[in-house]
Structure formats: structure tokens, C-alpha cells
Design a binder for this molecule. Structure first.
Ligand code: NG1
Ligand code: ZN
Length: 542
């Protein structure tokens, strides 16, 4: 380590005094102007992690669905996963070290993790379309270079594309080529082969409106469009040419407001979807003939996908174990449908895709989705081999099903939830099954629900257990929630501290929207009273 050079460069990316940030579920996220030192230091940390794992490490500069003024950064581990927990702690320590302590913290991390400093390091970098992202990713590069790491800057990428690049580079090219064309070709080839099997044709099945949140998804979808245009025609909205990133549009807006994005004309029964700002989330929706808006969230996406995979397995005659992984935010109707009708086992983990991803790896086929539309399906290597063999050996109908499954395996981004990849999977399944968006929506009816936020002095006073479905502290809160839930039919409610915002999140569902709204409000009041609410008391009405 050239300590002199580190000190010199670090001073050019000086930390504002007293600023404390936490590496949360999605890395660091805050106002862009506070992040320069964090970026430089994450460049340093990525080099250490790369040396330790003897693998390529990714650094993504994005704040996903947050407002345009925010930014963020997260590190991507060798197989495309989120950073290992002990390194998240190192990231927090390094980001918060005052200028004079930074070197010591860096040396401490190397020693604790037994990093061989002589080892080569390679880091790949991607960024979203925020005005602040280019300069911030340059600060990451400064950090990488000052520690002697090699790097490749991919420039503008969706978050899942960066995960894909990392995965490809660390699997010797077996998974795919670590280039943007490699990504487009791999996915499009699988999609086009898959949709060739569909008997239904016509524009109804083959056209889709996409709200790109004025983000990177628009750029990448436009580049990719002609690769898959024989199977699907996409019409892009909120493509960044005028509107502001994530403002009144995008998957997070549509999901949380349960209404369509601005800037998109929707005719009745047209199939529409929204990406978020870094294109790792997707939700679908449509207007029915009466002009009512219907949201098809991550839970219904998981249901469509897992049902289809199960059907294919039955056709091939393979009894592989398939599991669906959700969080406490999954709509109760989806869990019931999957378990009771589909007979697919469902598991609940804490919020944050790393928890879902981890759990999904326990199955031959693990489908995981957050209700907000972030998810994918994972296939074990053994399953992939088995399916490839079946596709060679089986006869006629079985062979066709095995071929489809083979294409689906290629189409899913195994490294991360990916809006583009999920969109193509969904479009293929709808075409193959001849399902309209309304028929898909009709699989089950969502229980009305409401999500609220409560401001408290210190959200860490709330601790939870049972995959965040029960509060352990503060004392009395869970009892209060239990009493409130009893007042409503088909009801459920829970609270948890957000990992990405300084708020406590409240979720409630019940047999009617009115009940869900009331319950959510009453639970908010309980949080406000028992967990140190600040500011104005939560008011009823939304
Ligand atoms: P927090 O702020 O911890 O609730 C949110 C989402 C997560 C996940 C992360 C990362 C909800 C309720 N929470 O986390 O699912 O996507 O952001 O972006 O949607
Ligand atoms: Zn995102």
C-alpha cells in the first residue's frame, strides 16, 4: 500500500466532518453531494475485497428509485451477490472514518480479512443516469487506482447488468459474455426461441407499454429492442428525454400510490409495466373496461412464473423441488394461493433481496420476489445440467417442455433481480399460455392493503423477529398491534424500521380498503406513542 498516495488522494475526496452513514440493505444512499468520499473509499474497499476473493468485484453507482438528487453505491460480490455481511461492516467503518483515521481503518480491514496485498485486483464499475453519477463513479476509479487495482468502467448500465458482468467474469465466460452485447444476445436468443413456440400471435400478445422511470432502463431497452423485436414490440414512456428521474413515474411510484405513472396513455386492457430508476424492479398494470386501475405486483409475477415452471416440470416428468420466497410484504392472498392452490411451498425472509436470494439458493428451483417487483428465479447447476440432458434425450412433447425450460433458465438473470429479464420471461409466458393481462390478474384477488411511514426519534428502538412479522421491542407494541388486528376481518399488520430511509414502515391488510386504511392508521398511532414518534401525530386519510 502506498500510504503517501492514499493520503494525498483521500484529501481530494475529503469526508465532511461528522457525517455518519450506514451501509444498509442497498449500500450507501443519501444526497449526492455527501457521497464523494464514500465513492473514493468504496473504490479502495473493492480492491481489498477483490484481492481477498481473487475475483472481480463490482461497484454500482445508483440510488435506484430514490429522487434524482440522491445517489448511492453498492459493492457486488463475485457471483453477483450482495456484499458479505462482515464486509458491509467494514464498508461502514471505512466510510465513517475521519480523514486522519482512514489509513488505519484500511490496514485494520486488510489484517482482519487476511488480504494478500500482493494479489492482483480487478473491479468493474457501472452507473445510472443521475446527473451526479458520472463524477461519483470517477471518484470510485480514483480509489481503485490509488490502491493499484485494475478496472473496467462499463459506464451507463442497469444495476442487474453490472451484476451480470461480475458473474460472467468470475465464471470463466460459461454463464455468458461480459459485454453489453453478450447480455443482449443471451437474453434475446432465449426469448426469441421461447416465443417461437407460442401458438398465439397478433399484436394483442406482442405489444407492451413500458414506463422507464426516466432512467437507465430506457437507454438499455432502446439499445436492446431490435434484438428481440420479432417476439415483442415495446413502446417506451418516461424515457428521460424530458421528465425527471423517478418523479411521478417508475415502479416504486406505481406500486406505492397504486396508480399509473404520469406521461403514459393507457387504453383499456392494454398491458403496461414500469421499471424503477436502475431497472431492477418491475410491476405490471392495466385499466379495465370501466377505467379501473389494476396493479400486478411482484407477488403475482412470482405466482405466474412458479406456476409455469411447475407445469413444465410436470410435463417433463421431473420431480424437482421448487420453492417461492417472499417477505412479510407479500399479499396474504398470494401466499394462500401458492400454498393451497398451487401446492408450492412458500418461505418468508426479512426484507432485502440478499435474504431472499440466499433462501432461494436452497432449492433446485427458487423463485423469489419482493412485492415491489424485485426478484428472479434461481436454478441450481444440477438442475441446469439435468434439463439440458432432457432437452437432448426426451421425446416429442417432453422434449419441447425441456427445451422451453432450458430457454427460461437462460432468460433469467441468475445474478440479480432484473426488470428487463423479468419482463421478457413474463411476456414469453403470457404468449405461450395465451393469457391476457386480465386473466393473469384473475389468478387471485389481492387483499386490500396500506403502507405508511412514521417518523420516530430513533428507529432502532423497534426490533423484530419471525422474518419481521413481530415486534420484540419497544415493550407493549406487539400487544397493541395484536389488539388492533383483532378488530378487522382477514387482517394482518406489522411494523419494521426501514433499511433505506429514516422511518418506521407500517403495513396492514384487511378485507376492505377502508379497514386496511384504518388498521394502518391505528398501528401508526401505536408506533408514534410507543416508539418515540416525532413531529406531527399521524393523521387519518391518505
Ligand atoms: P426498506 O426501506 O428497508 O423498507 C426498501 C424496500 C425493500 C428493498 C429495499 C432496497 C419495501 C417495503 N422495502 O427497503 O423491499 O427493495 O428498499 O431497495 O418495498
Ligand atoms: Zn432499483
Amino acid at each position: 500500500m502506498d500510504l503517501g498516495a492514499i493520503t494525498k488522494y483521500s484529501a481530494l475526496h475529503a469526508k465532511p466532518n461528522g457525517l455518519i452513514l450506514q451501509y444498509g440493505t442497498a449500500g450507501f444512499r443519501t444526497k449526492a453531494e455527501h457521497l464523494d468520499h464514500v465513492m473514493f473509499r468504496m473504490g479502495l474497499l473493492a480492491v481489498l475485497r477483490s484481492k481477498q476473493t481473487k475475483s472481480t468485484i463490482g461497484v454500482m453507482v445508483t440510488a435506484s428509485h430514490n429522487p434524482e438528487e440522491d445517489n448511492g453505491v453498492k459493492l457486488v460480490d463475485p457471483l453477483g451477490e450482495m456484499l458479505a455481511p462482515s464486509w458491509e461492516e467494514h464498508a461502514t467503518c471505512l466510510a465513517n472514518a475521519e480523514e486522519q483515521d482512514m489509513q488505519r481503518v484500511l490496514i485494520d480491514i486488510s489484517e482482519k480479512e487476511a488480504v494478500n496485498l500482493q494479489q492482483d485486483a480487478f473491479v468493474v464499475i457501472g452507473r445510472d443516469t443521475r446527473p451526479s453519477s458520472e463524477k461519483l463513479s470517477q471518484s470510485v476509479i480514483d480509489g481503485v487506482t490509488v490502491l493499484g487495482g485494475q478496472f473496467h468502467d462499463y459506464g451507463l448500465l442497469t444495476t442487474p447488468q453490472l451484476h451480470y458482468m461480475v458473474y460472467c467474469r468470475n465464471t470463466g465466460g460459461r454463464y455468458g459474455k461480459a459485454t453489453i452485447e453478450g447480455y443482449y444476445q443471451k437474453l434475446s436468443k432465449a426469448f426469441v426461441e421461447l416465443t417461437k413456440q407460442a401458438s398465439c400471435s397478433g399484436d394483442e400478445y406482442r405489444s407492451l407499454k413500458v414506463d422507464c422511470a426516466n432512467g437507465i432502463g430506457a437507454l438499455k431497452l432502446r439499445e436492446m429492442e431490435h434484438y428481440f423485436s420479432q417476439g415483442l414490440s415495446v413502446q417506451l414512456f418516461n424515457d428521460g428525454s424530458k421528465g425527471k428521474l423517478n418523479h411521478l413515474c417508475g415502479a416504486d411510484f406505481v406500486k406505492s400510490h397504486q396508480k399509473p405513472p404520469q406521461g403514459m396513455e393507457i387504453k383499456s386492457n392494454e398491458r403496461c409495466c414500469s421499471f424503477d430508476g436502475d431497472a431492477d424492479r418491475i410491476v405490471y398494470y392495466y385499466h379495465d373496461a370501466d377505467g379501473h386501475f389494476h396493479l400486478i405486483d411482484g407477488d403475482k409475477i412470482a405466482t405466474l412464473i412458479s406456476s409455469f415452471l411447475k407445469e413444465l416440470l410436470v410435463e417433463i416428468g421431473e420431480s424437482l423441488n421448487i420453492g417461492v420466497v417472499q417477505t412479510a410484504y407479500a399479499n396474504g392472498s398470494s401466499t394462500r394461493y401458492l400454498e393451497e392452490v398451487m401446492k408450492v411451498p412458500v418461505y418468508c425472509t426479512k426484507t432485502g433481496v440478499k435474504h431472499l436470494h440466499h433462501k432461494a439458493q436452497e432449492f433446485d428451483i427458487g423463485v423469489y420476489f419482493e412485492a415491489n417487483g424485485h426478484g428472479t428465479a434461481l436454478f441450481s447447476t444440477a438442475v441446469e445440467m439435468k434439463i439440458k440432458q432432457s432437452a437432448e434425450q426426451l421425446e416429442d412433447k417432453k422434449r419441447k417442455a425441456a427445451k422451453m425450460l432450458e430457454n427460461i433458465i437462460d432468460l433469467f438473470n441468475q445474478a440479480a433481480g432484473d426488470a428487463i429479464s423479468d419482463m421478457l420471461v413474463i411476456e414469453a409466458i403470457l404468449a405461450l399460455k395465451g393469457l391476457t393481462v386480465q386473466q393473469w390478474d384473475a389468478l387471485y384477488t389481492d387483499l386490500p392493503n396500506r403502507q405508511l411511514k412514521v417518523q420516530v426519534a430513533d428507529r432502532r428502538v423497534i426490533t423484530t423477529t419471525n422474518a419481521e412479522r413481530q415486534a420484540v421491542t419497544p415493550p407493549g407494541l406487539q400487544e397493541a398491534i395484536n389488539d388492533l388486528v383483532k378488530k378487522y376481518k382477514l387482517s394482518r399488520a406489522f411494523v419494521r424500521p426501514s433499511g433505506t430511509e429514516d422511518v418506521v414502515r407500517v403495513y396492514a391488510e384487511a378485507d376492505s380498503q377502508e379497514s386496511a386504511d384504518h388498521l394502518a392508521h391505528e398501528v401508526s398511532l401505536a408506533v408514534f406513542q410507543l416508539a418515540g414518534g416525532i413531529g406531527e401525530r399521524p393523521q387519518p386519510g391518505f
